[in-house]
Write a protein that binds this ligand. Structure first.
Ligand SMILES: Cc1cc2nc3c(=O)[nH]c(=O)nc-3n(C[C@H](O)[C@H](O)[C@H](O)COP(=O)(O)OP(=O)(O)OC[C@H]3O[C@@H](n4cnc5c(N)ncnc54)[C@H](O)[C@@H]3O)c2cc1C
Ligand code: SF4
Length: 508
């Protein structure tokens, strides 16, 4: 059953009961809701954003951003440099607008989680059944060849010339047409986001979804979590609707690594460690654009056809990352007439990104209105990696025939030959001027074995409030260096399995 704002408009406040209430319907929330509903528990899934489907998805940026994104598409993580951050706010969460790239947590990361955070149960062998299940549910596979764009081919040509290792992209998709509309929702339903996988599974198993319904309060009886109080709001106009009180035996927060800590902080819950909102990780990303003499039409083809993995052990991942013109223009350090002039070459452009696996952390806290605010300063080590990542990406673009490379720096806007790459190391580039973005928030309610330094235990249950769990990217104890959705879904599925196995403890 799906209930949206229009179904309850004008109705009085009401209440509902369930075994489990899941707050947030993105990667983590969708996966755990389906696991529990299919395991026989009654599940209520609450989502602040609206319920849109492929027939609503199009290329008109302002319309789609209003429907699918939080904060009009981008928020700023304040720091040096400021980092532009985007997240979804709709049924399916950020998976509706993401690129669908799908990778397991690298083994070296799991080892680090074991050694540094004591999470010995997170070996590749123990996580295997969860990864396998998730990959089946969201159809992880390589692309059909005809969906790969010229940009991806050029990146491979460049990487091959330089002898750099690359892998074909693994994505959650079924016969993706390569329309490059992922950022505004997949119009063909080829992308196997939570919207078309876990949400229908949850509903088919009897789960109830309330969309346009923002959770404001987590209720407890002083000893354990007892439910939540939510308010319906029209997802686009903000018009207020009735209040919904959900009474549940287990409360699962899956609002994402920014909104979950904000909700906990507003409720003054689960923070005896003072770790809620700390350890904020974000894989800072710098965009580099190759401009060629001829049209590439990189918008014809999936966002990423491959990933260059040569430098993954150093914490640098390089990929193509072509997006519709409106989004690309926003990601470049140009405004007004200059932006128009640069964007005239859109058809000749190849956008690439280098992602840095962060060694530093930031913090999510509350602003004066009680909303999430983010602070993150890229540390010196990660900044050096970022410069190196931009240099390596430029090298690959030149090797693939680019005539010019546009850089994400105000004081060094572009370079015109491989010889000029040296300038990246010889000029002093101030951190504050780098055009940086991210879509990977993690770590703010981290998992651990010590309740003094973590927010949730190895099963995802908050140390302080029995029956209150977190199942989103916030539980990562450290960065993973690759796209995170499969790791989030696998850990959420694992928490769901734990709850089903511990039936007597939680549901008797
Ligand atoms: C543009 C973009 C591209 C990306 N590309 C990739 C990619 O290719 N591969 C990959 O692995 N990852 C990608 N990511 C990242 C990935 O999508 C996210 O890391 C992942 O979806 C996070 O999962 P989550 O469960 O933590 O939160 P989300 O998926 O963001 O879901 C959280 C949900 O909770 C809802 N919510 C928040 N607060 C409340 C509340 N109080 N009450 C009710 N509901 C609430 C939100 O509206 C949202 O729908 C991308 C992200 C973006 C934005
Ligand atoms: S490239 Fe187009 S068809 Fe493929 S998943 Fe993205 S939006 Fe869907």
């Amino acid at each position: 059953m799906v209930t949206s704002f229009s179904d309850v408009e004008g109705r009085g406040d009401f209440a509902a009961d369930a075994d489990v209430v899941v707050v947030g319907s993105g990667a983590g929330g969708g996966a755990i809701a389906a696991e529990l509903a299919e395991g026989g528990r009654s599940v209520i899934l609450l989502e602040e954003g609206g319920h849109y489907t492929s027939k609503d998805f199009g290329l008109d940026a302002p319309t789609m951003i209003k429907k699918l994104y939080r904060n009009a598409g981008s928020a700023v993580i304040l720091g040096k440099p400021n980092i532009i951050f985007s997240e979804g706010r709709c049924v399916g969460g950020s998976t509706v607008i993401n690129g669908g790239l799908s990778w397991r947590t690298p083994e070296k990361v799991l080892k680090r989680w074991e050694w540094e955070h004591g999470l010995g149960d997170m070996t590749p062998e123990k996580l295997e059944p969860f990864f396998k299940k998730v990959e089946e549910r969201v159809s992880v596979r390589t692309q059909d060849p005809e969906s790969i764009g010229r940009d991806a081919e050029l990146m491979i040509e460049g990487a091959d010339k330089l002898g750099y290792k690359w892998v074909p992209a693994m994505r959650s998709q079924k016969h993706c047409a390569g329309s490059n509309n992922c950022a505004f929702g997949c119009p063909t339903d080829a992308k196997q986001s939570v919207l078309v996988t876990y949400v229908p599974r949850t509903i088919a198993a009897g789960g109830r979804l309330y969309a346009g319904c923002r959770v404001e309060k987590i209720t407890t009886n002083g000893q354990r979590a007892t439910g939540v109080v939510a308010r319906f709001r029209h997802p686009e106009t903000g018009q207020k609707g009735p209040k919904l009180t959900v009474r549940a035996r287990v409360v699962i927060l899956a609002c994402g690594a920014i909104q979950t800590p904000a909700l906990l902080l507003r409720n003054r819950l689960a923070n005896s460690s003072d770790q809620v909102g700390r350890n904020f990780l974000c894989h800072p990303n710098a965009k580099v654009i190759g401009v060629y003499d001829h049209d590439i039409d990189a918008y014809k083809g999936v966002i990423q056809g491959n990933q260059i993995r040569e430098f993954l052990d150093e914490g640098i991942m390089i990929t193509t990352s072509m997006v519709p013109p409106s989004i690309l223009a926003m990601a470049m350090p140009y405004f007004g007439a200059k932006s128009l002039e640069v964007m005239r070459d859109y058809r000749k452009m190849l956008a690439a990104g280098c992602l840095v696996e962060d060694t530093g952390t930031g913090r999510v806290s509350l602003d004066m209105f009680g909303e999430a605010k983010m602070r993150y300063d890229v540390n010196d080590r990660d900044f050096a990696n970022m410069i190196r990542g931009v240099a390596l990406t430029s090298e690959i673009l030149f090797a693939s025939g680019a005539r010019e490379v546009l850089l994400p720096f105000d004081s060094l806007e572009s370079i015109k030959s491989p010889d000029e790459i040296r300038k990246l190391y010889t000029s002093t580039i101030p951190k504050a001027e780098v055009e940086c973005l991210t879509v990977h928030a993690m770590g703010t309610t981290r998992m651990g074995v010590d309740k003094r330094s973590s927010v949730v235990d190895p099963h995802g249950e908050t140390w302080d409030v029995p029956g209150l769990f977190v199942a989103d990217a916030g539980v990562f104890p450290g960065p993973i260096g690759v796209n995170p959705q499969i790791s989030i879904m696998a850990l959420a599925t694992r928490t769901g399995r734990y709850l089903l196995d511990e039936e007597k403890r939680y549901f008797a």
